[in-house]
Design a protein. Structure first.
Length: 315
C-alpha cells in the first residue's frame, strides 16, 4: 500500500502528506488507527506541529477510550512520534480547477524523511513521504487519471457518441447473497444500494464503468463476511462515477464504495457482539473481534490495496 498524500482544503499552502496506518500488534491484536510519519503544514495559523492537532477523547464512556489526559496533540506528537511540520513545496494541488500537480518540487522535505512501515508484508515501503516520489516516473497519475470537474471532454465512459459504446445494466436496489461478476462488456448503473452480504463476493473486471445514480444516491455496499475484488489496469481502469451527463458532472452524486469489516472498534463493545453503525445513513454495521478480517482486493497496476483489517472503508 502506497503512502497517501492529501492537500488540505484544496490549497497548496495547507497540506498533510504521509501515511495513516491501521496495524495489528504482534502480542495483542489491535485495529486502532496509527497516524504517524505524516508531513503537516499550515492547516491553521499556529505554525507548529502541535497546533495542527485539536480534540480529545470522544467520550469517557467510549469502549477502549484514550487514557486520561490523552488528546490529539499527545497522540500526534508523542504517541506517534514521527509526524513533522514543514512546507511540502507542492507546486499546484488545487482541484477541481486547472490541472493539479500533486508531486512535490525537488528539495521537498517529503523526499528527505522516509516513513518506516511495519514489516508485516501488508504495507509497501517507500523512500519518501506521500503518494508521489521525486522522479517523473513516480507520478502514477500521469496518463490515466482524469482531471475534469464537469466531465465535459471525457471520452472514456463508453456512452453513445463515445468510443466503444456499451449497453447499460441497471442494478436496482439489489441484495446479493451469491457471487456476482461485472464485466466490461456493459456499463453498470447502481440505483439505490447494491448490497453484497452473506459471504458473497463481488468481482469487477478491468475496464468496467460503473455509474452511481444521483437521484437515489447509488452506493456499492460490502457487508461483513463478504468481499470485493476489483482489479484494474493502467490501460483498462475501473471507473466509478456519477450518472450526470458529461459536462454537468459534479461531486456528491453517489454513495461510493463502503466496506463494513469485522475488526475491533472503540465506539462499541464489538468483542461482546455489539456493532457500530456506518456513517452516511443506512449503510450497514461494522465491528467484530477479527482484526485480520479481509474484505477483498482493490488493485491498480502492480500495486494492490488489500482491504483487510478495516472496520469501514469508503472511496
Amino acid at each position: 500500500m502506497r503512502n497517501v498524500a492529501v492537500a488540505g482544503r484544496a490549497a497548496i499552502q495547507r497540506a498533510a502528506l504521509g501515511l495513516a496506518l491501521v496495524v495489528s500488534g504482534a502480542a495483542t491484536a489491535s485495529a486502532q488507527l496509527v497516524f504517524d510519519g505524516n508531513l503537516l503544514f499550515n492547516n491553521n495559523a499556529s505554525g507548529t506541529l502541535a497546533g495542527q492537532f485539536t480534540g480529545g477523547p470522544v467520550s469517557p464512556t467510549t469502549i477502549a477510550a484514550c487514557p486520561a489526559g490523552t488528546n490529539a496533540v499527545t497522540l500526534g506528537t508523542l504517541t506517534d512520534p514521527h509526524n513533522f511540520y514543514a512546507d511540502p513545496l507542492l507546486p499546484n494541488a488545487a482541484y477541481p480547477t486547472g490541472s493539479p500537480n500533486f508531486q512535490p518540487a525537488l528539495g521537498s522535505p517529503a523526499y528527505t524523511q522516509a516513513v518506516v512501515v511495519p514489516s508485516d508484508g501488508f504495507f509497501e515501503q517507500t523512500r519518501y513521504v506521500g503518494a508521489i516520489g521525486p522522479d517523473l516516473a513516480d507520478d502514477w497519475t500521469a496518463g490515466w487519471t482524469y482531471f475534469d470537474s464537469t466531465g465535459s471532454t471525457r471520452q472514456d465512459l463508453h456512452l453513445g457518441g463515445m468510443p466503444n459504446p456499451r449497453p447499460l445494466v441497471i442494478h436496482d436496489n439489489i441484495i446479493a447473497n451469491v457471487d456476482q461478476f461485472w464485466g466490461a462488456d456493459s456499463n453498470h448503473l447502481i440505483r439505490g444500494q447494491f448490497r453484497v452480504q452473506g459471504g458473497a463476493n463481488l468481482r469487477i473486471a478491468a475496464g468496467t464503468v460503473i455509474f452511481e445514480e444521483r437521484a437515489t444516491l447509488g452506493t456499492i455496499r460490502i457487508d461483513r463476511t463478504s468481499k470485493i475484488f476489483a482489479v484494474g489496469k493502467k490501460d483498462s481502469v475501473i471507473i466509478i462515477t456519477v450518472d450526470d451527463p458529461p459536462g454537468t458532472m459534479h461531486t456528491g452524486g453517489g454513495g461510493g464504495l463502503v466496506m463494513n469489516g469485522q475488526a475491533r472498534v472503540n465506539n462499541a463493545n464489538s468483542c461482546a457482539g455489539d456493532s457500530a453503525a456506518s456513517e452516511g445513513g443506512s449503510i450497514g454495521f461494522y465491528g467484530g473481534n477479527d482484526d485480520h478480517d479481509n474484505s477483498g482486493v482493490l488493485s491498480t497496476c502492480a500495486s494492490s490495496t488489500q482491504a483487510r483489517r478495516s472496520r469501514r472503508t469508503t472511496s
